[in-house]
Design a protein around this ligand. Structure first.
Ligand code: ADP
Length: 267
């Protein structure tokens, strides 16, 4: 039962009584409880088999006798199962849907190594699409970030760049840093984004017409989630695009107290 009270005043503003309203909110509470039960059981039902798939993939990939071709294929499967795992978490994580605070596990991280890793693990898909993905990230660049979440953001931007670029095109991923900020840029020579669509890119489930026409896999959640992660770091996600020529997505992150931690030998 929900009760609300309000003072009743006369024309002169004098309190003359009180009005009490009682409402039956059983249905609302039942609906909220049902949603909670639904979310946690769906989350469990989806996560358990995925964890098993990933565990077995890892075991098979550990086999030293595995051929290079099989390793490559299995890595693609591993990468996509991991992506699915993130998607499940994000769909069911109220924080990632902008309803709360996204919890970050920050630690000093070499973001240049992270960029090289994203490019290396993502290159199988790009190779299949005949798109050259190149990392321009040789020197160590430290920032205090949540390594898995930033990996997720970059992975999403690189895989979008590959998805929305025609065969023969290229994707360049660069790292630039000054004292306070690090900027990770993903530039493609792809189909680009219409000016009217630029503002809507980060809306949940938004996909531009060209994305739907391309039959590129996706549900339109990646960029919104990427932006939530970047914003939770105190950073920003910017986009610049020319239809027919290509797009650049820039992730700007504060570097945190990386300099102090750099002095410690274990970092
Ligand atoms: P998804 O790729 O799953 O559709 P995203 O949220 O990652 O969802 O992206 C939203 C939309 O933004 C895409 O459907 C596509 O229309 C557009 N988009 C994103 N990245 C690019 C890019 N690099 N080039 C052209 N369009 C893009």
């Amino acid at each position: 039962l929900s009760v609300s009270a309000r003072t009743v005043r006369d024309a002169a503003g004098e309190a003359v009584g009180a009005a009490l309203a009682f409402s039956d909110v059983t249905d609302l509470v039942t609906a909220l409880q049902a949603r909670e039960v639904f979310e946690s059981s769906v989350s469990h039902e989806l996560r358990t088999p995925l964890t098993s798939v990933l565990g077995h993939l890892e075991l098979v990939l550990d086999d030293p006798g595995l051929s290079e071709a099989a390793t490559r294929q299995l890595r693609v499967a591993q990468r996509n199962a991991t992506r699915l795992q993130y998607l499940v978490s994000d769909l069911l994580d109220p924080a990632a849907r902008g309803l709360g605070t996204l919890e970050l596990l920050r630690a000093p991280t070499d973001v240049a190594a992270l960029v090289r890793d994203v490019v290396a693990t993502g290159s199988a898909e790009a190779r299949a699409a005949q798109i050259a993905v190149v990392a321009h990230a040789d020197d160590c660049v430290r920032a205090v970030v949540d390594v898995h979440r930033v990996h997720q953001v970059l992975d999403n931007l690189v895989s979008n760049a590959v998805k929305y670029t025609d065969p023969g095109g290229s994707v360049d991923v660069t790292v630039e840093a000054d004292e306070d900020e690090v900027t990770l840029s993903v530039t493609d020579t792809g189909i680009g984004i219409a000016p009217d669509d630029l503002e809507r890119l980060f809306e949940p489930f938004f996909r531009a017409d060209h994305a739907r026409e391309r039959v590129a896999p996706g549900v339109g959640l990646g960029l919104g989630i990427a932006r939530s992660i970047v914003v939770a770091h105190g950073g920003r996600l910017e986009v610049d695009s020319t239809p027919g020529a290509g797009s650049t997505f820039c992730v700007v992150l504060p570097r945190g107290d990386h300099a102090v931690r750099d002095l410690r030998p274990d970092h």
